[in-house]
Design a protein around this ligand. Structure first.
Ligand code: SF4
Ligand code: SF4
Length: 345
């Protein structure tokens, strides 16, 4: 990995240089919260933010994606050419970069790449920034507290400087042209190590570190714990909407007025929706909320791991904030902790 050092005061120049070619999407403040939004000036950006309400996934996987257009009168189908912008996702935390890596595994797989996702991803630069964990963060337990691949630049804060990890030639050239770039010194590397250690020590110790989660998921598949969670779940889908790695979708045909022409669309869906597992004939093979919550947690902490060798949940903690009835992977970790304590008695 190539590292360079820039002053914090140089970041506005970097953003200005990026804005010459790209739409820049970055964390901005909205009242007490933060969201990703397009910005036109560096002063709108909040680089030291705890987390955003929702992840930046909508910029790669829009909530409504037209797949093709049709004309029933002419019996004709037209390929849809998406409007893909050159864009920079600026100030993305490591957990969200890992979340995008997980989406890449699904939608940018070499065997069956999704052309819509792939086009957005190819047009996007990612500039990450280091962070300090909030009380709901557990990316450290999901092996996502660092982004290894998946970014063009990563700004690691070391006091009034950034140690910049460089991930692409395109971004390196923009950085070099816009900023006073220096070689990293031993003092910078030592400062980086101290910052990393400070972050590691700041994670909420009340979120238990559980080993062998997939095995425990299998062992407690029939436990009444899932009924208890299902009894609470409101089926509101807030968890899926804010999650960087929820990618379930539905396909629908939308007709124009006159009902002759229209478009086929891919729209976000969620496995917590009551109708998500409804099939032809009206049978619903996950009709109970407990089955749906359990399915979501299994996919996050077990199923994806079996096929992609890493957990789908990146521990961003957003669902723990969004869920009004306190259902999240953190609850599952606490359940396993209780079970472990019972076994020890
Ligand atoms: S399941 Fe929750 S904590 Fe895990 S990645 Fe999704 S929103 Fe974040
Ligand atoms: S787990 Fe929580 S956020 Fe998700 S659907 Fe149920 S009530 Fe809504």
């Amino acid at each position: 990995m190539l590292y360079r050092v820039i002053d914090r005061a140089d970041v506005p120049s970097l953003v200005a240089a990026l804005m010459e070619r790209y739409e820049v999407v970055a964390p901005v403040r909205r009242g007490e919260k933060y969201v990703f939004a397009a910005v036109s000036d560096f002063d709108e950006i909040e680089l030291d933010y705890p987390s955003t309400v929702a992840s930046p996934k909508k910029y790669l996987m829009p909530a409504i994606q037209t797949l093709f257009e049709f004309d029933t009168a002419a019996n004709d189908v037209t390929d849809y050419v998406d409007e893909v912008r050159l864009r920079v996702l600026f100030g993305v935390h490591a957990c969200d970069i890992n979340g995008i890596m997980n989406l890449n595994s699904v939608f940018n797989d070499a065997r069956y790449p999704d052309p819509y996702y792939a086009a957005h991803r190819a047009a996007t630069l990612i500039v990450g920034v280091s962070c300090m964990p909030s009380e709901h963060c557990f990316c450290n337990l999901m092996d996502s507290e660092e982004a290894r691949p998946g970014y063009d630049l990563f700004l690691n804060a070391i006091g009034d400087k950034f140690l910049v990890s460089i991930g692409s030639v395109t971004a390196a050239n923009i950085l070099e042209a816009a900023c006073d770039v220096r070689e990293a010194t031993d003092a910078d590397r030592i400062a980086f190590r101290a910052a990393t250690r400070a972050r590691q020590e700041a994670f909420n110790p009340a979120i238990p570190d559980i080993q062998e989660i997939p095995m425990l998921m299998d062992a407690f598949h029939e436990d009444g714990f899932w009924d208890e969670l299902g009894g609470r779940c409101l089926s509101c889908n807030a968890c899926a909407n804010v999650c960087p790695t929820c990618y379930c979708f539905d396909i629908r045909d939308t007709l124009d007025p006159g009902a002759k022409t229209g478009r086929r669309e891919r729209v976000w869906d969620a496995c917590t929706s009551p109708q998500f597992a409804m099939v032809a004939g009206g049978h619903n093979f996950r009709s109970a909320p407990a089955q749906r919550v359990r399915h979501r947690m299994y996919h996050k902490l077990n199923g994806f791991l079996a096929t992609h060798d890493r957990s789908l949940c990146v521990g961003c903690g957003r669902c723990a904030v969004a869920c009004k009835v306190d259902i999240s992977p953190i609850e599952v970790l606490r359940f396993f902790e209780r079970k472990g304590a019972e076994d020890a008695e």
